[in-house]
Design a protein around this ligand. Structure first.
Ligand code: ACO
Length: 333
């Protein structure tokens, strides 16, 4: 069974309610109907009912079973605005600004639905940038207990089953934190390990990557990974994790024996790779995707107190369905 089929099967076991903030976006409307028809989640589309129904008619989509919510007429909009103002008062938000965001910005409205327990997860990004999707979540939902940094990972499905768990690995962080410090890097490692357990039911073996193995090079960016490794051990002593490791020392048993003898992770099929910064992570996942023919699923956003996920603006209907299934599984906890 492919990773996506496993995630979908898991989503069906405990139905969660996912809100889609870009309710009248055509691919989103079609995905909503598909998700409900496949029994993956309960869906709310946020937007003007008239424009959502128009898109449904134009795309031949049957919206039976999909809930439509218009912030202009929704009974709880006023309460959402009050709560948003209360949450952001210290940041200078006025009641007027909160009202404007709840009534006129569906990303904020949908994030408030999640905050107020009227939904279990939120997905958007077919027409909004990563920053615009994540900002309300960072401001309102905040991080999960014990996690200081929101980050992301990709599920990489390699054609070569010799690596990770039968070719499946997680790469983090490839989409959010540009230059993480040691604390943030530790947080990324722990969150990615948690995603491995939650999403893939796979016990993580985490390699903290660098251009140095066990002190072979000396530089402040190497020290940062060494410190992050130590901090991640302190944060989550139950996770099998080692660093700093070069990619070959992490992945190839013969190289691991030479460069990192005695490591429980190096050469032992690590299934979670943590990159030292966004440049390495983003370039790394795209190289593996393009040159090795791997399937890349994500970015999966992790570390928030409740699941919110971004989409690529070039996404198709199937990718929205898959992302919603992943968010639904994350919402199961
Ligand atoms: N974790 C936790 N909280 C955060 C994080 C984080 N990683 N980043 C920002 N915050 C919080 C801040 O503390 C702040 O909270 P406050 O308002 O309560 O004080 C709030 O979020 C807003 O902070 P800003 O610094 O203003 O964050 P901004 O909204 O500008 O940026 C963003 C956040 C968009 C995620 C930024 O980090 C970013 O642009 N990252 C790179 C994204 C990118 O370009 N990725 C590559 C492409 S994706 C791909 O290829 C798949």
């Amino acid at each position: 069974m492919s990773v996506i089929d496993q995630i979908k099967a898991k989503a069906k076991t405990q139905l969660k309610h996912i809100v889609l903030a870009e309710g009248d976006e055509p691919r989103t409307v079609q995905a909503a109907a598909k998700i409900v028809a496949e029994g993956l989640a309960k869906i709310t589309l946020v937007g003007k009912e008239e424009s959502i129904r128009k898109v449904a008619a134009e795309t031949g989509t049957d919206l039976t079973g999909v809930t439509l919510v218009d912030p202009a007429t929704y009974a709880k909009s006023e309460a959402y605005a009050e709560k948003l103002c209360e949450l952001r008062q210290k940041k200078g938000m006025t009641p007027e600004q909160a009202k404007d965001l709840v009534y006129n910005n569906t990303l904020y409205f949908a994030t408030m639905m999640l905050k107020m327990d009227d939904a279990d997860g939120m997905v958007a990004g077919a027409i909004n940038s990563t920053g615009n999707v994540l900002r309300p979540a960072l401001q309102i939902i905040k991080t999960a207990p014990g996690i200081s940094t929101v980050s992301s990972c990709f599920v990489m499905e390699l054609p070569n089953g010799d690596y990770g768990d039968n070719g499946v690995m997680l790469f983090g962080d490839c989409a959010v934190n540009i230059e993480p410090n040691a604390d943030e890097l530790a947080s990324i490692a722990v969150a990615t390990a948690k995603t491995s357990r939650e999403l893939l039911s796979a016990e993580p073996r985490v390699a903290m990557l660098s251009f140095s193995t066990k002190g072979s090079a000396k530089h402040e960016v190497v020290t940062r990974v060494q410190e992050a490794t130590q901090k991640a051990h302190e944060l989550a002593p139950d996770i099998q994790l080692d660093g700093e490791l070069q990619a070959d020392a992490a992945l190839v048993p013969e190289v691991a024996k030479l460069k990192a003898p005695g490591s429980t992770v190096a050469g032992n099929r690590p299934n979670v790779l943590i990159f030292p910064n966004l440049a390495a992570g983003n370039i790394g996942y795209k190289l593996v995707q393009r040159l090795a023919g791997a399937k890349a699923i994500g970015p999966i956003i992790q570390g928030l107190a409740k699941p919110v996920n971004d989409l690529s603006r070039g996404c198709n209907v199937e990718e929205i369905v898959n992302t919603v299934a992943a968010v639904a599984v994350k919402a199961q906890g």
